[in-house]
Ligand binder design. Structure first.
Ligand code: IDP
Ligand code: MG
Length: 160
């Protein structure tokens, strides 16, 4: 079989996904995880955590000059968050497609935000927006030993 090393590397791509406090409180954990799982991505880390406001501010560091920053950090630290790492070919970019646009009003039906929420400040899910952000966010939320490498039975049916 011909092996293209770039494809192999891409399959190991990882992204950070978080179900925000509104998604947890609204009982959408399994719905959201199910969408990533059914697509064919592999869950490599997961935990339930109530972030401190300082931690939330670190996570949203790039938005610190925005008027909604304080409210956003208050909100992210207001209750349990499901922090996850998902792996798969193209998962960073396609994960964002599954999530939809930042504003649920602009998200297409069929996307997580398009189907399941209404307001930009209560948009239920976070996903890394690029390879560099993904590495940084995974490093912020997880210790290396919390990431589990394993072979999933369906990989031979998802990838040739
Ligand atoms: P993203 O979550 O789609 O990557 P970002 O622009 O990175 O969107 O913003 C981070 C989060 O900040 C959004 O998911 C949303 O919860 C919140 N946010 C973004 N824009 C606004 C706004 O105009 N008002 C209130 N909250 C906002
Ligand atoms: Mg973002």
């Amino acid at each position: 079989m011909l092996q293209d090393p770039t494809v192999e590397a891409a399959e190991l791509e990882r992204t950070f996904i978080a179900i925000k406090p509104d998604g947890v409180q609204r009982g959408l954990i399994s719905e959201i995880i199910g969408r990533f799982e059914r697509k064919g991505y592999k869950l490599v880390a997961i935990k339930l955590i109530v972030p401190t406001k300082e931690f939330a501010a670190q996570h949203y560091d790039d938005l610190s000059s925005r008027p909604f920053f304080n409210g956003l950090c208050d909100f992210l630290s207001s209750g349990p968050v499901v922090a996850m790492v998902w792996e798969g070919q193209g998962v960073i970019k396609y994960g964002r497609k599954l999530i939809g646009a930042t504003s649920p009003q602009a998200s297409e039906p069929g996307t997580i935000r398009g189907d399941l929420c209404v307001q930009v400040s209560r948009n239920i899910i976070h996903g890394s927006d690029g390879p560099e952000t993904a590495v940084n966010e995974i490093g912020l939320w997880f210790k290396p030993e919390e990431l589990v490498s394993y072979t999933k039975n369906d990989e031979k049916w998802l990838y040739e």
